[in-house]
Design a binder for this molecule. Structure first.
Ligand code: M6R
Length: 607
């Protein structure tokens, strides 16, 4: 959600902070601010809008070599300059940036007000500054240690005090915080993209830990104030991966990257000798894998849609019962954990609060929970019993695209592994492997349709409502198509099983509500054609995504997009591509900010 960056070193902090905030802008982009100690006082600059708006009010003359910055995604309090972070105590001696939600802020605020503190903003975060300040007695680290146990909720915070200008103190509980260790400089950030331009050496803080940072050292303590020896880890991402690389937007870059990102998800995991998959991080023996009787997938948003596709893959390829459920529902329904059940939590960011809390609840019930994440070292990846990285590379656009196809790749691999242990013959396993190997090339061919899809976006972007309809393994793809369209173009869209429309949604159909039908060349094709005809009979416009060579559909649908002909279980990889492109081009037609759509943020670290 919000982005945090802090710096202690020898360079001009304001420049480093602004640059770090620019990289973090995908996490939240309604307002931003920074604070640097200058001339024995704290100078705070805050502004509604984008980082470029903040840059305009930050003087070039600042020389401080430490400071903190923040980019906000509003939770408590409207989007105003006052509500932007950093927040200061009454005297402006101490400032803090915060990511998360302080649930008991109103109780704390009332108490602090009764002690004489006065508040400037309507945020929950400001209470942290006043609270730490009330404990401050010349030692910021001590004050943070005394104050944080009183905070209920989630936080990643970094604070600075006027009297200790070369020191930052950070703390985390439920919101990520990472240290970047450079040469004579140390960074604190909510995610590694903010520090990647400066260092690849990072240290991940755990919940309850507090870190005190200066230019050439950092010290971490646990909740009982015992020193913690932290391991330095190496970030595998390259700087170019968090740049647009010649594309106008990150989303476009990420859509077109998919042949390569799928390849990366498969790399080193195709075991041709045994016609199976090799997944190193599962931390389960062959015997334990064989004992698994059912699989449950837990995720939100696009990851949930990938999980739904996974249920079809697992059941078809491995013949293991599999269901997918929304994380937020799992968390609060007192889930029943049965023996021999394997849970997968799917999350691109590895930080989604709903999924993380579901994971924790499942672990409290002693479930075996594996993570499928993109961000290495993320909280979900670390708290799972094991798992598989999808290796998509950084996904910066708020709308998730390449993570979806990489998640499918991993779910496919897992299905193959489980299938081979059960009923799949060597030849059948080899066939599945072959299909996986050809996927990047087929996805590249699906991408070749981009100019045609762009022309369709021109034709249809004026619609107010859209339906996306698929069946079987492509039903979740229809859900994903609708999510993509609504989140970046703001056109209202619904995804349904094509069979379901006659049970209600068909009432929406008229000449102004187009439907996008997914029509693979499989056993459901004829059924879908019947559904399509039902829509045409009611003057609905139809765009059909069909397999190459399927001429018949052209006679029914108003417009057709083709994808390569493939095995029935591989269509989700190909069908999702035109839907991503269609949403993207519609959003561009409508002049939307594609990478940072309104009201959204990349990783949703609040419930
Ligand atoms: O990081 P995660 O995969 O856990 O994120 C899940 C959703 O928040 C995410 O997919 C969201 O729905 C995207 N905006 C979809 O494009």
């Amino acid at each position: 959600m919000c982005g945090i960056v802090g710096y202690c070193g020898a360079r001009r902090a304001s420049e480093i902070l602004l640059e770090g905030l620019r990289r973090l802008e995908y996490r939240g982009y309604d307002s931003a601010g920074l604070c640097v100690p200058e001339d024995r006082r704290l100078r705070i600059f805050k502004k509604c809008g984008r980082i470029r708006d903040l840059r305009r009010i930050v003087p070039d003359t600042l020389t401080a070599t430490s400071g903190i910055g923040h980019t906000r995604w509003a939770t408590h309090g409207e989007v105003t300059d006052e509500n932007a972070h950093p927040h200061a105590d009454c005297g402006g001696d101490l400032a803090v940036v915060h990511n998360g939600i302080i649930e008991n802020y109103s109780v704390l605020k009332a108490k602090l007000e009764s002690e004489g503190h006065s508040f400037r903003s309507t945020t929950d975060s400001e209470v942290i500054a006043h609270l730490i300040s009330s404990f401050y007695d010349g030692d910021l680290e001590r004050a943070v240690k005394d104050a944080t146990p009183l905070l209920k909720g989630t936080y990643g915070i970094v604070c600075i005090h006027r009297a200790e200008p070369g020191r930052l103190v950070g703390a985390r509980n439920g919101s990520p915080l990472v240290l970047g260790v450079g040469d004579g400089e140390v960074f604190l950030a909510s995610d590694v993209t903010a520090v990647l331009a400066h260092t690849k050496q990072v240290v991940y803080l755990e919940d309850g830990e507090i870190v005190s940072v200066s230019a050439d050292e950092y010290r971490t303590t646990d909740p009982s104030d015992r020193p913690v020896e932290k391991k330095i880890e190496h970030i595998g991402w390259e700087l170019e991966e968090i740049e647009k690389g010649g594309f106008p937007t990150f989303m476009e870059k990420e859509i077109f990257e998919q042949p390569r990102s799928i390849e990366r998800a498969l790399r080193g995991r195709l075991d041709r000798t045994n016609a199976t998959a090799h997944l190193g991080g599962l931390n389960l023996s062959g015997k334990q894998l064989l004992d698994i009787e059912r699989v449950k997938i837990v995720a939100t948003g696009t990851s949930y849609h990938a999980g739904l596709v996974g249920t079809y893959l697992l059941e078809s390829i491995s013949r293991i019962p599999c269901t997918a459920e929304l994380s937020s529902e799992v968390r609060y329904r007192n889930p029943i954990v049965e023996r021999n059940t394997l849970y997968f939590v799917l999350s691109q960011s590895g930080e989604t609060a709903d999924t993380l809390y579901a994971l924790r609840e499942l672990k409290r019930k002693v479930a075996t929970v594996l993570g499928i994440c993109n961000v290495v070292g993320s909280t979900i990846a670390r708290e799972s019993d094991g798992g598989v990285y999808i290796h998509s590379g950084p996904e910066i656009a708020v709308a998730s695209t390449k993570a979806f196809t990489s998640q499918l790749s991993v779910l496919y691999l897992f299905s193959l592994l489980m299938g081979r242990m059960r009923h799949l013959s060597f030849e059948q396993g080899a066939e599945v492997l072959e299909r996986l190997e050809e996927t990047p090339e087929l996805v590249a061919k699906a991408l070749d349709q981009h100019a045609h899809i762009r022309s369709l976006a021109r034709k249809y972007s004026g619609a107010r409502d859209f339906l996306f309809l698929g069946r079987g393994v492509n039903y979740p793809v229809a859900l994903e198509g609708a999510l993509k369209l609504k989140e970046i173009s703001y056109i209202h869209a619904e995804g349904y099983s094509a069979a379901e429309i006659k049970h209600g949604p068909i009432a929406l159909i008229n000449e102004t509500t187009p439907s996008m039908f997914l029509v693979p060349n499989d056993r459901l094709r004829d059924k879908i054609i019947s559904n399509m005809k039902e829509v045409k009979a009611r003057q609905g416009k139809v765009i059909a995504v069909v397999a190459d060579g399927d001429e018949e559909i052209g006679e029914i649908a108003d417009d057709v997009i083709t994808v390569p002909n493939t095995h029935r279980l591989m269509y989700p990889f190909l069908m999702v591509v035109p839907l991503q492109l269609f949403s993207y081009y519609c959003a561009r037609e409508l002049g939307r900010n594609v990478d940072q759509p309104r009201n959204l943020a990349k990783s949703v670290t609040v419930e």
